[in-house]
Design a protein around this ligand. Structure first.
Ligand code: FES
Length: 80
């Protein structure tokens, strides 16, 4: 699924970059700006902003829970 058609950001690409950003700095929020910068892309129209933001939060939640489970956390941290 393509999330941003201007910069051509796919769901799989978003998942990879979210994982990379989370591992590099677990305490920092994952924002659309950080995602674009990490991918080396830039937005044009920002029509995708609402969907991109929702997908970033959903993907970050998945990544954080998965990373917590892999670390052996009994109760993985969740985004509030
Ligand atoms: S659709 Fe994402 S910047 Fe245009």
């Amino acid at each position: 699924m393509i999330i941003c058609s201007c910069a051509v950001i796919r769901q799989e690409e978003l998942r990879e970059v979210t994982r990379k950003l989370y591992r590099s700095n677990p305490g920092a929020p994952i924002t659309p700006n950080r995602v674009y910068r990490a991918l080396g892309k830039s937005p044009t129209c920002m029509d995708c902003a609402p969907l991109l933001t929702l997908r970033i939060y959903a993907t970050a939640q998945e990544v954080i829970v998965a990373e917590g489970l892999l670390r052996g956390d009994a109760h993985p941290r969740r985004i509030k």
